[in-house]
Design a protein around this ligand. Structure first.
Ligand code: GAL
Length: 924
């Protein structure tokens, strides 16, 4: 009977994918080749990627999500990382920093759509590409329908899918789409791809299922048709590559035009480059430059018009931190700032401004949700290229104006002969340097009719029976806006310089973009219009919260009209104007009343106070303590795990037996200690080792308590395919007299694990490559081994600590007493700790970093803040500043900072100091 039941259940799960969407879902979310439609309204999905697992402070999730929303994004794209939640098979943790239910509730509250991306494989430069490290011990190729892997990933989906399901838009939540797998293009298995979707549907996921195809459609399969096909196949585009050392070199990886993979679904730029990994240690500011505002203008706007895509995921909106052992070591270090529009320290950049200019435009001007290619205005100059799309229902035109060669810095002008739905016009345009514009014609802008403009639209809104529109253009270049009226309107120029003329129903406004020009237009058969014409910089000062338009401060998080009071939540780094285009009579700012006056524009203008200066303490009172008792031959390791396996499922086989791979003994993260015993012959000359640490790792060796030295840990590179025969070799001379014939000897080896490789190629060769010792020989006599790694921290998770003595003893939580100061250390392991107290004002946001001074000698330090491993400093490495996220950092109270310093030679630690990155008065 039981057997029959199992067979029946199995048959149930193997049934083909249930119909794409239930009736309930179908009524809320539909799509066609143009766009998604939610409750009958077309939506242009403009989402930014965020990795909650890289921000281990749930109270900062709101901060970052509010910043994303204020940038004009209407969605977020969220990977869910399997490995982050699962320390062991069958064990899943969704509490505290892993509380994704809380994250999804926040997106709901803020009104952000979510593209949920639970993998099972996610890549994302995170350890194992999101796979839990225990998967290394599961037989069967990952990302295939092998039974071993199938059981494992179904376990994950069984936990994450119900959470995602209850937050779907179709159930009143925020999830608008579900992404299956990730850039699944190599070694594909359609049955697996199909099963992921089957699991989702069975869990009640009824939103459209998407996929992000790597790179372009030349990668097959695209999952657009056939077994395993998804409903909305998308494409990832990284046109700038990841070479941040050359921020001026554009388009290394192509034109960045999102390919349409399906004729029945919208074109979807699932991941579009919004930053870069710092592959060659240029520093993230260079990555921000490589993917800066000029690139964004040229590539994002070109793509919008060339592709007609209406779904986007910009990777990343906020990158965050590879805290603990989250990094996949080949590509990233602790910081995952990514050169994103919002920095790792949650600061807004010029890229943020450009996202806001584009985001407000694409989410305001709804005819963009349905466009076909259209005839572009004829350009009088070959040096100015035009390309157009138009909405077939409204006739609204979107005209891209750019240099034919997108990389040129030339300053070009041209006259466009433009057949708009409201008549033919001849208008001058100018491109000053690397730039692109999307000009709009034939648009019902609130209660107005915009015939055309050579300024770009930022946004527009209606308040108190009047339209307010913000248009903008490059500082110093001319602009022309034509509006239609049934009779001559009244034009009052409130600020700036504008020439107005009226002829045959056209109100022509001519001006030069400079500062903020204000024009009030009344009568003419339409409701009043306040037209604000600014430069790029002026446009970036505007914020939009719902229908409320505001100007000024560093960030408007929200503005809500309550009777006649507008309650604004905003951030300021200095006293600033705050202007609200509103019917409200009063303003409160962060719950405080603000004195305002009514301006000639009919807006309310007030002053927002800045923050008070803050004091950050000097770090002194350090205490230092050395450890590494494991190096002492007399150390008692009897409780350590015996390492005596003779076989491994890793595709990389050991050079010597027994198998010494840390993962095979259940030690998956951070450092592991080995102690090997052998009987000496007295004629040993060297200890020969091989270790795989992942890129950037080191290992250190002691023999009978004597330090023999360190070596760089090896890695398994693609170019080593299929395997590197000699990874991380180390030959350590045995000092004469150290070993005595016939006497027992003890070899102690400390190996760092820098994180696990990804599985981009779906072949197990990368993510299942071992960590730890791969080979060891001293004499011909056998060595017996014991191994000790870390045990998972049940609060902070398995990635927080490894197997250093201090970590095993909980020194990261509280280090026992030590010598005062930061004395010279090493070689070996020592810990330094200090306490400091912060008293930052509770209404101010002061992100702090820890900066390491110079220092000498080769060393590295794991940084523990109140017990949390917030990163690894490596002497001589590119990263010297480490984010201390508030939440983990007590901004009003005592803190303990503890460093586990692993020195390869005698070293001094460059004195670390606290640095405020910014100081904002805020409302959280
Ligand atoms: C994509 C991948 C992402 C991330 C990105 C580079 O190919 O889907 O997960 O790895 O590249 O940052």
């Amino acid at each position: 009977m039981k057997r029959i039941l199992i067979a029946f259940l199995l048959a149930l799960t193997m049934m083909s994918v249930p119909p794409a969407a239930s009736a309930e879902a179908a009524s809320r979310i539909t799509y066609d080749k143009y766009s998604l439609t939610v409750d009958g309204r077309r939506v242009l999905l403009w989402s930014g990627e965020l990795h909650y697992f890289r921000l281990p402070s749930p109270e900062l999730w709101r901060d970052v999500l509010e910043k994303i929303k204020a940038a004009g994004f209407n969605g977020v794209s969220l990977y869910f990382s399997w490995g982050y939640h699962s320390p062991r098979p069958g064990v899943y943790d969704f509490k505290g920093v892993r509380d994704v239910d809380r994250l999804l509730r926040l997106t709901e509250e803020l009104g952000l759509y979510v593209v949920a991306r639970p993998g099972p494989y996610i890549n994302a430069e995170t350890t194992g590409g999101g796979f839990p490290a225990w998967l290394k011990n599961v037989p069967g190729r990952a990302r295939s329908s092998d039974p071993g892997y199938t059981k494992a990933y179904r376990e994950w989906l069984g936990h994450i899918n119900p959470i995602i399901a209850r937050h779907q838009l179709t159930r009143g939540g925020s999830v608008i789409a579900y992404n299956a797998e990730n850039e699944y293009a190599a070694n594909t298995d359609a049955a697996y791809m199909e099963d992921i979707q089957r699991q989702a549907r069975n869990a009640g996921i009824n939103v459209p299922i998407t996929h992000n195809q790597c790179c372009d459609a030349s990668w097959t399969p695209t999952w657009a048709t056939g077994q395993g096909a998804v409903q909305i196949p998308g494409v990832d585009d990284y046109p700038q590559s990841f070479e941040c050392r050359e921020p001026d070199t554009w388009g290394t990886w192509g034109e960045g035009v999102t390919e349409r993979l399906s004729q029945t679904a919208p074109a979807y730029g699932a991941e579009y480059q919004a930053g870069a990994i710092d592959l060659n240690n240029a520093g993230y500011e260079k990555c921000r430059e490589l993917t800066g505002p000029a690139f964004m203008k040229v590539y994002y706007k070109s793509n919008l018009i060339a592709s007609g895509a209406t779904m986007f995921g910009y990777y990343m909106a906020f990158g965050g931190t590879n805290w603990g052992r989250l990094a996949q070591p080949n590509d990233v270090y602790t910081s995952y700032d990514y050169g994103a529009p919002i920095t790792e320290n949650r600061q807004l950049t010029t890229k943020y401004d450009e996202f806001k200019r584009q985001g407000l435009f694409v989410t305001t001007v709804t005819p963009l949700t349905k466009t076909d290619t259209a005839t572009a205005p004829v350009s009088s100059s070959a040096a100015v290229h035009t390309e157009a799309r138009a909405n077939p229902d409204t006739g609204t035109q979107f005209v891209l104006v750019r240099h034919p060669d997108r990389k040129t810095n030339a300053d070009e002008t041209s006259t466009l002969t433009w057949n708009t739905p409201d008549g033919t016009h001849s208008v001058p345009v100018r491109l000053k340097g690397r730039d692109a514009k999307i000009l709009v014609a034939g648009y019902d802008m609130g209660g107005q009719r915009l015939a055309l403009s050579t300024s770009e639209i930022l946004t527009h809104t209606t308040s108190g029976g009047r339209d307010v529109a913000v248009l903008y253009g490059t500082d110093g270049i001319p602009g022309k806006t034509v509006l239609r009226y049934s009779s001559r309107p009244k034009v009052r120029v409130l600020e700036g310089d504008v020439r107005a003329s009226y002829r045959n129903g056209d109100l022509n406004l001519d001006y030069t973009h400079s500062g903020l020009v204000r024009v009030l237009i009344t009568d003419g058969g339409r409701r009043p219009l306040l037209l604000l014409l600014g430069t790029d910089a002026e446009a970036a000062k505007f914020w939009r919260s719902g229908d409320v338009l505001l100007r000024g401060t560093d960030l408007v998080r929200s503005a809500r009209l309550n009777a006649s009071t507008l309650a604004i939540r905003a951030d300021t780094s200095k006293p600033a104007d705050i202007e609200a285009f509103t019917t409200a009579k009063r303003i409160t700012l962060n719950h405080q009343h603000v004195h305002t006056r009514t301006t000639p524009s009919g807006s309310l203008l007030g002053k927002a106070p800045g923050p008070r200066p803050v004091h950050v303490p000097l770090l002194n009172g350090w205490r230092t303590r050395t450890e590494a008792p494991e190096a002492d031959p007399a150390y008692d390791d009897s409780r350590w795990t015996v390492a005596d396996k003779t076989a491994t499922i890793s595709p990389i086989k050991p050079k010597t037996l027994p198998v010494l791979y840390a993962d095979d003994y259940g030690y998956h993260h951070g450092h592991v200690w080995y102690r090997g015993r052998f009987r000496a012959t007295g004629s040993e000359t060297s200890v020969d080792l091989n270790a795989i640490t992942g890129k950037g790792g080191v290992y250190q060796v002691w023999l009978n308590g004597r330090y023999l030295g360190s070596a760089a840990g090896g890695e398994q590179k693609d170019s080593d395919a299929p395997v590197n025969p000699d990874p991380g070799p180390g030959k350590f001379s045995v000092p004469s007299g150290l070993l005595t014939k016939g006497e027992p000897a003890v070899l102690s080896v400390l190996v760092e694990n820098m994180g696990h490789n990804d599985d981009w190629t779906a072949d197990d060769l990368r993510h299942k490559q071992p960590r730890g010792l791969v080979g060891a020989s001293v004499t011909t006599s056998p060595i017996t081994w014991r191994i000790q790694g870390g045990t998972a921290d049940s609060v902070r998770g398995p990635l927080n600590t490894g197997g250093l003595h201090g970590e095993r003893e909980g020194w990261h939580l509280r280090m026992p007493s030590g010598r005062p100061g930061l004395p010279p250390i090493g070689p070996g392991v020592s810990w330094s700790s200090t306490d400091f107290r912060l008293g930052l004002p509770s209404d101010q946001d002061v992100p702090l970093t820890l900066r390491f001074g110079g220092g000498t000698g080769r060393h590295r330090a794991l940084i523990y803040l109140n017990g949390w491993n917030v990163g690894e400093y490596v002497s001589g490495g590119v990263q010297r500043d480490f984010t201390l996220p508030s939440g983990i950092l007590r901004t009003r109270g005592p803190n303990t900072l503890t460093l586990a310093v692993i020195a390869e030679e005698k070293s001094t630690l460059g004195e670390p100091s606290l640095r405020p990155v910014a100081n904002h008065r805020t409302s959280r």
